[in-house]
Design a binder for this molecule. Sequence first.
Ligand SMILES: NC(=O)c1ccc[n+]([C@@H]2O[C@H](COP(=O)([O-])OP(=O)(O)OC[C@H]3O[C@@H](n4cnc5c(N)ncnc54)[C@H](O)[C@@H]3O)[C@@H](O)[C@H]2O)c1
Length: 381
Amino acid sequence: MAERRKLRMGLVGGGPGAFIGPVHRIAAELDGRCELVAGAFSQSAERSRAAGAAFGIDPARAYASYGEMIEAERKRNDGIDFVVITTPNHLHLPIALAAMKAGIPVMSDKPATATYTEALELEKAVRGSGLPYGLTHTYAGYAMVREARAMCAAGKLGALRKVAVEYLQGWLSRPLETAGHKQAEWRSDPARNGPGGAIGDIGTHAFHLLEYISGLKVTAINATLRTVVPWRKLDDDCNAFVRMNNGAAGTLACSQVAAGELNEMRVRIYGETGSIEWRQQDPNRLIVKWLDGPEEIHHAAAGYLGRDALAVARVPAGHPEGYLEAFAVLYREFADALLEWKKGNPQPLPATLPGIEAGVRGMRFIERVIESNRIAGWVEF
Ligand SMILES: NC(=O)c1ccc[n+]([C@@H]2O[C@H](COP(=O)([O-])OP(=O)(O)OC[C@H]3O[C@@H](n4cnc5c(N)ncnc54)[C@H](O)[C@@H]3O)[C@@H](O)[C@H]2O)c1
């Protein structure tokens, strides 16, 4: 049984008006494994202090920069146990490297870095340091994603033949980046975002979920990228064909100009005798279709689910869990792994928790899609 002291987290990003930083705080604290004690919440010292006050942490631990936070926390007896990265993408690598140099484990939001080259550098640092590194591909934390993954692994659908994943949003249908929209602004700037627009922001999630659920690996891609909104500097729409390592094939689409869509991620996997379908906006249900039987709906937390799905359920079936809880599943696994690591287990991260391998593959996905679009044809992964 793992020791249950709360792990102390230091958050980078998550300042006033930020999207995902506050989500990390809620998710990390949900299961009582972690607590926010420090942060460099903004690049402005004043805004970092304001965020620290809003989060209710010791004002002395709301730092002006991540460098200052790491330096000061490293010297404290009650210093942070891990750093959480929730800034725009170009800062992911420098923050992770600074934390690891100080011997502090990292939980980072995706994409792992801004470029594929950076991802290789990060991989080297993670493997060289032996420090736990988690990557919050949020959707891996849903119970019904775990159930779908277990069904594929157990061969319940027979050999997998066809895959279809799509992640469609509409919020960038207008040029919000020219209208002072905080999240749109840096996402449309190659210097802060990296070279992949929609493919980096949400395509990496779709790609990860496809491999995560199916247990297969993408071996080749043929992708078309478009920039639909005039003057935008990065892609906002992508359609791709994929080949998988077992001979299966299918499609991957992502878009941020699919007007009217909110966060429509859908994965379908077809085997010889049946298929599964999971939608992020209806996450507590997994649709299972059989070649020789009726369609079924499997419900989160129901007693008939497999061990992996039940392990992440917190409340009885019919009491919906959602985005925050899925995020919290990743934090629970990360915290348990961190405690194991502190006890001397060198490889504590469970296979269910995305880590550096997923991070590198996600960045490779962006790089390969851009190359495929450039040559207008298939590229090996
Ligand atoms: N896992 C998910 O589902 C998910 C969802 C949204 C965003 N993300 C990822 O999270 C990251 C942040 O996205 P967001 O939408 O929250 O962006 P955001 O613009 O809402 O927030 C970014 C935060 O970083 C802060 N920041 C910028 N430079 C900083 C610095 N030098 N030091 C400290 N803080 C600094 C900003 O002040 C802001 O508070 C991105 O990498 C994005 O891809 C992941």
